[in-house]
Design a binder for this molecule. Structure first.
Ligand code: MN
Length: 232
């Protein structure tokens, strides 16, 4: 193949405890998947079908354990928010995957931040416009190394938490997901053929809020991983 310009590098996330990497194909995100967060966003948390948005694969910023990583405050926002989430890494693709067998498609899990330009997201939402400017910007997906499911299993419960400058801001439990990971995979795969390399950000618990330059943001998912970023 003779490319007319240099091809972009393959986005990838390290695998925990190894020198290997997980190549990222697409990033899917679930909106409002914890009832209390749906309420704080002004929505009815009744069990409507889940909805999805995407980030580009190169929005990932791998954050190594114990290493605080600088994330640039993004342009065109005055209300830049944190959202901590369990991230699912797909290892086996498929369409119309049944929830009962969905865990077989999961290669591993990570913790990640779905960073959000909330002012842009709300302005777009209120006009019925797409969310990309609010969600799909550069460096909007800091993420821990991926833990293989062969090591951590398929967690159905576990603390999800985030602090800003040492103050606890978000705290939830995977058991409180409105749509579980297998159910989310089942829904998403009705609309897209999932493929190895896809990541799914599964939604954030309540307590989202703004960060400013200089803030230290730490968060994680119990049994999976923790990450720390500095807003630069
Ligand atoms: Mn989110």
């Amino acid at each position: 193949m003779n490319y007319v310009i240099p091809p972009a590098p393959q986005p990838a996330v390290p695998v925990a405890g190894s020198g290997d990497s997980f190549p990222v194909r697409r990033i899917y995100c679930v909106g409002r998947n914890y009832a209390a967060h749906a309420r704080e966003m002004g929505s009815d948390p009744d069990r409507e079908p889940p909805f999805f948005f995407c980030k580009p694969a190169d929005a990932v910023v791998p954050v190594a354990p114990g290493v605080t990583t600088d994330i640039a405050y993004p342009p065109q926002t005055a209300n830049y928010h944190h959202e901590v989430e369990l991230v699912v890494a797909i290892g086996k693709g498929g369409r119309d995957i049944a929830a009962a067998g969905a865990n077989d498609h999961v290669w591993g899990y990570a913790a990640g931040f779905d960073m959000t330009r909330r002012d842009l997201q709300f302005a777009l939402r209120d006009k019925g416009r797409p969310w990309e400017l609010g969600k799909a910007f550069d460096q909007s997906a800091p993420i821990t190394p991926i833990v293989p499911a062969s090591r951590c299993g398929h967690p159905a419960s576990g603390r999800v938490w985030l602090t800003v400058n040492g103050t606890l801001k978000q705290e939830g439990d995977l058991a409180d997901l409105i749509w579980s990971v297998p159910e989310t995979i089942a829904h998403l795969s009705k609309y897209f053929e999932l493929c190895p390399g896809d990541l799914i950000f599964t939604g954030t618990p309540e307590g989202v809020g703004p960060v400013v330059r200089g803030d230290l943001v730490t968060g994680g998912v119990a049994g999976i991983g923790e990450l720390a970023i500095r807003i630069a």
